[in-house]
Design a protein around this ligand. Structure first.
Ligand code: G3I
Length: 369
């Protein structure tokens, strides 16, 4: 069921009543509980902002049952200058999650993007042992506490022009596509009970990029399974860009095809890029809410979609904020660069927007998972 713009404007108005100083006309949300009622785990990305922003920490505690460390468990954040990890921030963040009843998850153990300069100067022979050491020490350190890992992030990017459509990078250079198999087997050995996830971007899109990655990822699931890999789930990031082509039902059919291979499916980084929407915030909020509702309403038709994680809960910590490429997108969309981001469920003041109610409605309308 698609809610029309009027429906979302009404929801937006209801959300506005939650602003400080205005009587709360609607009950507070509990997205984690609403999701759990349908067998779905709901959460969000978070990171070091919670050390000082106690209000945001409280919002995460109130709404989330799972939480991805946005950056602090990434290779370049743990080992920025050399092959020795600094776990000081990640330890605090994992402690926060566990103490808050939020299942912490790590992203990304191995990723061919965003790698520190020092790794570029290592030989391809050294990198296999560097990968093994990394996985052993990071997964091993948090065994039993970090219950889910994006073991390999974004394995495919056909525009790189590499055989098989793989994303180019230092790990691929060192081991070929089998870096993926090796990473998963190493992670399973380091924590046999952890959920091991292969996480991918763009597949939600019905454009050339999204349609080119889907078959590659489907075949990779089969390849990993044939290699005896413990692959528990596929993560679809869902950084939605409404100005691009989407066919949600075609994506749902693809998700069902992936699930039919015997893996769970996770929505791992949900947000709605509002760059090509009008400057008017009420209009943007309505459009973001409509997209959240339609996308979740579609994808939650698949029973094996077990998890929905937003890429931050609030505009306050959006990865779009201050990004030059996002300002360029806003300009290209006819908007005013520098305008506040409105891409997430909660606003800068940590108040729920129409998108938060849209997510709640989609979760509550979902069948059992
Ligand atoms: O703010 C500092 C700046 O002061 C410094 O000069 C600069 C030097 O590199 O770094 C800046 O921090 C960067 C931060 O983004 C700014 O927001 C970090 O280096 C950079 O690592 C970080 O990028 C993160 C990106 O992944 C790469 O790890 C984003 O926070 C994070 O939201 C983004 O998340 C990714 C997922 O992991 C995978 N899927 C796509 C998603 C969005 O790109």
């Amino acid at each position: 069921m698609k809610l029309d713009r009027r429906g979302f404007l009404a929801a937006g108005a209801a959300a506005a009543l939650l602003r400080p100083g205005v009587a709360q006309a609607v009950s507070p949300l509990n997205l984690g509980a609403d999701a759990a009622d349908r067998g779905i785990v709901f959460g969000s990305a978070f990171d070091r902002e919670i050390f000082d922003d106690t209000a945001y920490a409280a919002l995460l505690r109130a709404q989330c049952r799972i939480g991805s460390l946005e950056n602090s468990l990434k290779f370049d954040w743990l080992k920025p200058t050399g092959n020795v990890a600094d776990f000081s921030a990640s330890d605090r963040l994992v402690d926060f999650a566990v103490e808050s009843g939020i299942r912490p998850r790590g992203t990304a153990l191995i990723w061919n993007d965003w790698l520190p300069d020092w790794l570029k100067w290592t030989t391809v022979l050294e990198r296999r042992s560097i990968m093994e050491k990394h996985i052993d020490e990071v997964v091993g350190r948090y065994a039993g506490r970090v219950q889910s890992w994006d073991v390999v992030n974004e394995p495919f990017f056909p525009p790189h022009g590499i055989d098989g459509g793989y994303r180019k990078g230092l790990w691929l250079d060192a081991m070929g596509p089998d870096y993926i198999i090796h990473a998963f087997k190493r992670a399973a050995a380091a924590d046999p009970k952890a959920q091991l996830v292969l996480n991918e971007a763009f597949c939600e899109q019905d454009d050339e990029l999204g349609k080119s990655i889907r078959p590659l990822l489907l075949n990779e699931v089969k390849r990993l399974q044939d290699a005896g890999v413990k692959l528990d789930a596929i993560g679809f990031e869902a950084h939605l860009r409404p100005e691009l082509p989407y066919d949600d039902q075609a994506f749902v059919a693809y998700v069902a095809e992936i699930a039919a291979l015997g893996v769970d499916v996770m929505i791992t980084e949900l947000d709605v890029n509002d760059s090509h929407m009008p400057d008017d915030e009420a209009e943007r909020d309505a459009q973001v809410a409509a997209r959240v509702h339609d996308f979740l309403g579609a994808v939650l038709q698949v029973p094996r979609v077990t998890t929905v994680i937003t890429w931050h809960l609030s505009d306050r910590y959006s990865w779009y904020r201050g990004a030059d490429w996002y300002a360029d997108q806003v300009r290209a969309g006819g908007g005013t660069p520098g305008r506040p981001v409105r891409s997430h469920l909660y606003d800068d003041q940590l108040q729920p927007k129409a998108a938060a109610f849209a997510a709640r409605d989609a979760l509550k309308a979902s069948g059992p998972h």
